[in-house]
Design a binder for this molecule. Structure first.
Ligand code: 3SL
Length: 240
């Protein structure tokens, strides 16, 4: 039994997740968007890696009960009803609907890990529920992995900070799980920033990208620690 952090999905194939409990973290913004959609009554979110596939899948679903959302490079995709801002996933937009979602890194990381024994999505907004998911996995004798979505194969500060926070909440687990280097690095980063996590997030590369796209307000939304009890769990190709 161990607690690992993958600081980005680069170089990891499906076998890295076999038999493990995996939590995919994409603080800015896919995980936060999925939590928000489910919190606001979406029936499910279907994560899709490829934007063409997302469009084709949505076309097979009843328009009254489905909605197509996603981005590339942070910008809403042409022909999609919604982008990837949590602010768009209101009750009016998603209640009772199945959301088909494709994003640059978050949904791709999730699809990559879909062979895991248990799979869920985490962020700062649902940190408590995410820590409980990992805690249960360790209780049940599984290896627990926090998979940071990062940005195009690179490390993202916001995901590493969230991973470090989760390590901090699990470090006293009775099994004293061994940590990998990624978990040690993330934990050290978090300990240096925990007095003002929101401020640390505002220094992230992706915050600058979002500000440049006019989506800077989303960062404060994504920084709300423990704002939701929703844990999106992946089952039968969808998050519920
Ligand atoms: O990469 C992703 O999955 C997105 O969360 C990126 S963005 O915040 O929508 O730009």
């Amino acid at each position: 039994m161990s607690l690992s952090v993958a600081l980005s999905p680069a170089g990891l194939d499906a076998e890295a997740f076999d038999g493990r409990a995996v939590l995919v973290v994409d603080v800015l913004r896919a995980s936060t968007t999925v939590v928000t959609a489910l919190q606001n009554g979406a029936r499910a979110v279907i994560p899709v890696a490829d934007k063409g596939e997302a469009g084709r899948l949505a076309a097979t679903l009843d328009r009254d009960v489905s909605v197509l959302g996603g981005e590339r490079g942070g910008e809403k995709l042409a022909g999609f009803a919604l982008g990837n801002s949590p602010r768009e996933y209101t009750e009016a937009a998603v209640a009772g609907k199945t959301v088909v979602l494709t994003t640059t890194n978050g949904t791709a990381a999730l699809v990559r890990a879909r062979g895991a024994a248990r799979l869920a999505m985490g962020a700062l907004v649902n940190a408590g529920a995410s820590a409980a998911f990992l805690h249960r996995a360790l209780d049940d004798g599984l290896d627990a992995v926090v998979l940071c979505a990062g940005w195009e194969g690179r490390v993202s500060l916001e995901d590493a900070l969230c991973a470090g926070l989760l390590v901090d909440r699990l470090i006293d687990h009775p099994s004293a799980p061994p940590l990998n280097d990624g978990a040690r690095i993330a934990h050290g980063l978090y300990r240096g920033a925990r007095d003002d996590l929101a401020r640390a997030l505002f220094g992230a590369d992706h915050t600058r990208r979002l500000v440049a796209l006019g989506a800077g307000d989303d960062v404060a939304l994504c920084a709300r620690l423990d704002a939701s009890d929703v844990l999106p769990v992946y089952r039968d190709n969808r998050l519920v």
